[in-house]
Structure formats: C-alpha cells, structure tokens
Design a binder for this molecule. Structure first.
Ligand code: OFO
Length: 171
C-alpha cells in the first residue's frame, strides 16, 4: 500500500511524464513542418516512450492500492529557432526529469517505501540513457556547425544514433 505522500509524488511524476510526451510531440510537429523527417520520427518515437513511462507509473500506482490521476497538462512551446534549440530544450527537460526522479527516490527512503524505491530504479537507468542520448545528439549538431549539407546528413542519421550507459554508438 502506498502512503499518501508517495501516492501524491507519483501522481506528480505521472503528470511530468505526460507533459514530456506532449513536449516532444510539439517538437516532432515543428520538425515535420520543416521537412526534417528523421528528426520528427525520432521525436515522435520519443514522445511515445514518454507516454509509456507515464503508463508504467500509472499502473504501478493503481496496483499498489492508490489512484492514478489524469491531470491538466501545461501546453508546450511549439516554436523553435532551429534543431539545436530543440535538442538543448530536450536535454534541459530531461535534466529536470532526472532531478524529479532523484527527489522521488529520496522521498521513498524517507518513507521507508522500498517497493517503490525498487520500482523507480528503472527510471534512474532510463534517465542516464536519455540524458546521454541528448548530449550525444547535441555534440553531433555542434560538430556539424555550418558544414554544407550537414543538417541533411544529420536528419538521415539521427535514427541510428543510440547510446548505452557507457557511451554512444552510431550503428
Ligand atoms: Fe525522458 O523522461 Fe521519462 O522518465
């Protein structure tokens, strides 16, 4: 059974994951409008992943005797200067999510809720990967600089960029 404190905190995290999904969906739409097919596909997929993160928490709350809440969501920004701005915002958003997960972990220890603490470890690993991926993408964008056709190549390659916890690979 979840304590009220933990239930409330998990519901706040559900909202954050749902907002992440909306944020990346808005980015995907922006990229699609600019003809950046690879970038938009990457962001659509990322948006779906965030929805999965939200649902995973949602089900956990209900399974543990709490009630998962569907809240109002903040409307995300829909305008971006360029692809670099998209991924800088994505990285700072993920850093914020990591901080929130860390706060949740701390709360679980305070409340001696070791079940939720254990459940949240999946999110801890996921955040390491997501931050690493966003940093790798930004590094690649910085490397491209103003190279002619660089953005075209980047758009073609982005779906092949992946990271493991120990580094990045381009398949
Ligand atoms: Fe990318 O944030 Fe979910 O966990």
């Amino acid at each position: 059974m979840l304590s009220q404190k933990i239930e409330k905190a998990l519901n706040e995290q559900i909202k954050i994951e749902a907002e992440s999904s909306q944020f990346y969906l808005a980015m995907a739409s922006w990229a699609e409008g600019k003809g950046l097919e690879g970038v938009s596909q990457f962001l659509y997929q990322h948006s779906d992943e965030e929805r999965m993160h939200m649902l995973k928490l949602f089900k956990f709350v209900n399974e543990r005797g709490g009630q998962a809440i569907v809240s109002d969501l903040k409307a995300p920004s829909t305008n971006f200067e360029d692809v670099k701005e998209v991924f800088s915002k994505l990285l700072s958003h993920e850093t914020m999510v990591t901080n929130e997960i860390n706060k949740l972990i701390f709360l679980c220890l305070e409340e001696k809720d070791y079940t939720t603490h254990n459940f949240l470890q999946w999110y801890v690993s996921e955040q390491i990967e997501e931050e690493a991926l966003a940093r790798t993408i930004l590094d690649k964008l910085n490397l491209l600089g103003t190279v002619d056709g660089g953005l075209y190549m980047f758009d073609k390659d982005i779906l092949n960029i992946s990271v493991t916890n120990s580094g990045s690979t381009l398949a």
